[in-house]
Design a binder for this molecule. Structure first.
Ligand code: BGC
Length: 523
């Protein structure tokens, strides 16, 4: 396989130092930024399936739902309802662009703080909503919060972590996302039972809890040595590096950081810089990885699982319960990637997870086709429904140990310092844009594509799996400021990087070119 020729220039090399308790704690706190994102993803599907919520804000959808004999595929198809879910992601897209500047100029922690605070206000507005406008403005504020958090947290984690454990610590972010989703689903399950009909308010207002956690947490977080250096505090950076690595022996890592920050200082315009030829590989990944992550179709399940299960004829309680089950699978399967990512590497997880998703999507599509055909009417037996849920769970598991965590990890670790915040913004924006598209279009797509929707996403997963096989080098264990060597030794990307573009300590360049400083990470 072409990708197999790729060499891991780090070859498992790491700087001295261990995982200190301090780093572990800061990473746990920072990762809670993922909670706010996850809570949003998980909450909207359940809320939009609640009758009192629909009656108050979307009476037309409510009426259509009541009509017997409505085509199952189309009963929730409504633009305004989809806007409720999707407005958040557009706001996050725009916010992440501003967040890049805050993250670079003021440091990573302030972006997290801004994110937490805005989110808090959004939660309050949503919980108190009297009309659709309040709902949507609240969602926009939540979105700004998510934009800031998703821009800064993954970068923070990747910079704090020792190279050999970077995957594990970074995936703490994804783990918090999945915990946020699950918590939201459980809360919906409970609030749906509130007879007086204000359950949706409780669901929406409880978003304030994860927001308070990241807001308070960020106040206590130290900044990363990379960011301290970049902002002109070399002594503090050195002290912080010693502290987080728990050793005096930080010479080599510090030298790499200094080289990276000097390079970064010469760059006045990270946005203009990132389009330069030598960053073509990183730019491509910053666009393609989030695009593909969303085209796995995962958010069809995350946003609309309760709606989807009701479409399949499940009763209300069973629908919410089934989404809790997929939520649990999502959390536990993420743990699988935490323990494997720095050992088996990113590529193998991508390829295995992709294959699993393809199979499951084809099966689910076929099962639904056999039951509902294209007319969208029919009843589904219990056992049959259970089989559908099992395959949906296997699909979610495949995502949760591949594209889910890696979609955030890989972009956060491949950019050199000078373009890291800009690169991460592109990643977040593209991710949010396609999350928006899926949220906005899914109910309509379900109505028109019917079961074919699952085949549609399966087709995309085939394409992205081939893309990874060919174009993504293995990045496990490679120190973040030496990542350029990985691209320099990749069969395709090497032609974009001139020798003069490689600035790292030691004689790594020659070794990368010869492929000698390497252990075949994936060969
Ligand atoms: C994705 C989200 C998705 C979630 C599911 C994240 O990595 O960015 O869009 O809903 O995973 O766990």
């Amino acid at each position: 396989m072409a990708g197999g020729a790729i060499v891991n220039t780090g070859g498992g090399k790491d700087y001295p130092g261990k995982l200190t308790l301090f780093v572990l704690l800061t990473c746990i706190v920072a990762a809670t930024g993922g909670l706010i994102f996850g809570y949003d993803i998980g909450i909207s599907g359940g809320v939009t399936a609640m009758d009192p919520f629909l009656k108050k804000f979307f009476p037309e959808v409510f009426r259509k739902k009541q009509e017997a004999k409505t085509n199952q595929y189309c009963k929730y198809d409504n633009q305004l309802l989809q806007t409720f879910t999707s407005s958040l992601y557009l706001a996050a897209l725009v916010a992440s662009i501003f967040a890049a500047t805050v993250t670079r100029v003021l440091g990573r922690k302030w972006s997290m703080l801004v994110g937490g605070l805005t989110f808090l206000v959004g939660a309050a507005l949503n919980g108190a909503a009297q009309n659709v406008a309040m709902l949507i403005i609240g969602r926009i504020l939540l979105g700004i919060g998510v934009g800031f958090a998703n821009q800064s947290v993954p970068v923070y984690l990747s910079e704090m972590a020792p190279a050999r454990l970077r995957g594990m610590l970074n995936i703490g972010f994804q783990l918090m996302i999945t915990i946020g989703i699950l918590a939201a689903e459980l809360i919906n399950y409970g609030t749906n039972k509130i007879k007086a009909g204000y359950g949706w308010r409780v669901s929406l207002a409880l978003a304030a809890v994860p927001a308070a956690i990241i807001t308070l947490g960020s106040l206590f977080l130290p900044d990363t040595p990379n960011s301290l250096l970049e902002r002109g505090h070399p002594e503090e950076a050195r002290r912080m590096l010693r502290h987080i690595r728990g050793t005096e022996d930080i010479g080599e890592e510090y030298a790499d950081l200094v080289a990276a920050s000097e390079e970064a200082r010469q760059v006045q315009h990270p946005w203009r810089n990132i389009v330069k030829r030598r960053y073509r590989a990183q730019l491509t990944m910053a666009v393609m990885i989030p695009f593909f992550q969303q085209l796995t179709g995962i958010n069809v399940i995350m946003f609309y699982a309760p709606v989807l299960f009701e479409t399949l004829g499940f009763k209300k309680d069973a629908s919410l319960m089934s989404s809790v089950i997929t939520g649990l699978v999502n959390v536990f399967a993420t743990v699988v990637s935490i323990v494997t990512v720095d050992r088996v590497g990113r590529r193998k997880l991508f390829l295995q997870g992709g294959a699993q998703m393809i199979v499951c999507q084809l099966v689910v599509g076929t099962l639904i086709a056999a039951k509902f055909g294209t007319s969208g009417t029919g009843d589904i037996a219990r056992g049959y429904a259970a089989v559908v849920v099992v395959f949906i769970c296997a699909y979610v598991a495949g995502f949760a140990w591949s594209w889910g965590p890696l979609g955030w990890l890989v972009p956060s670790e491949i950019f050199p310092l000078e373009i890291r915040p800009a690169g991460q913004s592109i990643n977040v924006s593209v991710n949010m844009f396609f999350t928006f598209c899926i949220a906005q279009a899914f109910l309509t797509m379900l109505c028109h594509f019917k079961f074919g929707l699952f085949y549609f996403f399966a087709g995309w997963v085939v394409i992205m799996t081939v893309f990874i096989a060919l174009f993504l080098p293995e990045t496990k264990n490679v120190p973040i400021e030496e990542m350029v060597l990985v691209w320099k030794s990749h069969w395709f990307w090497k032609k974009f990087i001139a020798d003069e573009d490689v600035h790292v300590g030691g004689n790594h360049l020659q070794m990368a070119k010869n492929g000698r400083d390497t252990k075949g990470a994936d060969a």
